[in-house]
Design a protein around this ligand. Structure first.
Ligand SMILES: [Fe+2]
Length: 307
């Protein structure tokens, strides 16, 4: 795959200043121009002013200019307007209303992943004579990288065609016509597209090092303000990722996630025929209605349908 990283998302919110402190508490580091840095991925979230919360833009890394020109030829064959030079290609997807930017960037491994904390299990004791690291006042949670974003499209098939056939995302798992989990890296899903009455931002996620960090991060956020809690801690079946979903002041759902599946080539991965609640999760607390139908969804559908 010529795509290799989800670089950044731009999220529109009505009140950028009022949303900023949430993401600082979440563990991201503020930078200039409404941007926030993850520990290992640079500036990966940008907040901009918008009349309602929404995903405005997504930026994806490609290997070289040849990749951009190949994508350009696909877009041209479908008569889709775009701009291109040897460093960057910019295009707008009309149904999700996302501005898509493809940027030439060198592949880099995450520099020095922190050591996995020692764990005790009956057959393998990794820690003796000391409590677990995470209960000893461990350092604040710092998400490693942006993991994924989930959006709604009023024309699911057309948006899927755009992102997979033209841009080059690969589909890891899909429930046809309902939702597809697609990736632009080894991460099981970087972009999930679900059918929806209007363009809609469902949630976005940042990857932390361990399930323990998902629990500790979610717990810290909810201890400070229990209205932030949405759903967690649990583990998804599709993608295997641990999750704890929180609500930011604009109403966006944002997820701490850990241990998400990696896929190196689609023909090495056998999607399962997901059934029943596996579609949503493997285990954890029951799913709240507000996760399936966010309370502001209808107002956003109405606003987005008008403009
Ligand atoms: Fe998620």
């Amino acid at each position: 795959m010529s795509l290799h990283r989800l670089r950044q998302i731009t999220v529109g919110v009505p009140d950028v200043a009022g949303t900023t402190s949430f993401y600082e508490a979440f563990g991201l580091s503020p930078a200039a121009g409404g941007a926030f840095r993850t520990r290992d991925g640079g500036e990966q979230l940008r907040l901009v002013t918008a009349p309602w919360r929404r995903l405005d833009a997504i930026s994806i890394a490609v290997d070289d200019a040849d990749d951009l020109h190949r994508i350009s030829r696909s877009l041209t064959a479908d008569a889709i307007a775009h701009t291109i030079n040897d460093a960057e290609l910019n295009v707008h997807e009309v149904y999700t209303r996302i501005s898509v930017s493809l940027v030439v960037e060198t592949r880099e491994e995450i520099a020095a992943p922190p050591p996995v904390p020692a764990v005790n299990s009956p057959g393998s004791v990794g820690r003796r004579n000391v409590p677990a690291e995470s209960v000893l006042g461990a350092s604040p949670i710092q998400p490693s990288q942006l993991s994924h974003v989930v959006v709604g499209s009023p024309n699911w098939a057309a948006s899927m065609h755009f992102f997979t056939d033209l841009i080059g995302f690969e589909t890891s798992d899909a429930l046809d016509g309902i939702i597809a989990f697609t990736r632009c890296s080894e991460v099981h899903h970087n972009l999930a597209i679900q059918a929806s009455p209007a363009p809609f931002l469902h949630h976005f996620a940042f990857e932390v090092d361990t399930a323990d960090d998902v629990l500790r991060g979610g717990s810290n956020m909810v201890d400070a303000d229990d209205s932030r809690h949405v759903w967690g801690i649990g583990r998804h079946a599709i993608g295997s990722n641990w999750f704890w979903y929180l609500r930011d002041p604009a109403g966006n759902f944002v997820e701490y996630t850990a241990d998400i599946d990696r896929i190196t080539a689609q023909d090495l991965y056998v999607p399962k025929a997901w059934a029943g609640k596996e579609f949503l999760y493997a285990y954890g607390p029951p799913i709240p209605d507000a996760f399936l139908e966010p309370p502001d969804a209808h107002a956003i559908f109405a606003a987005a349908s008008k403009g």
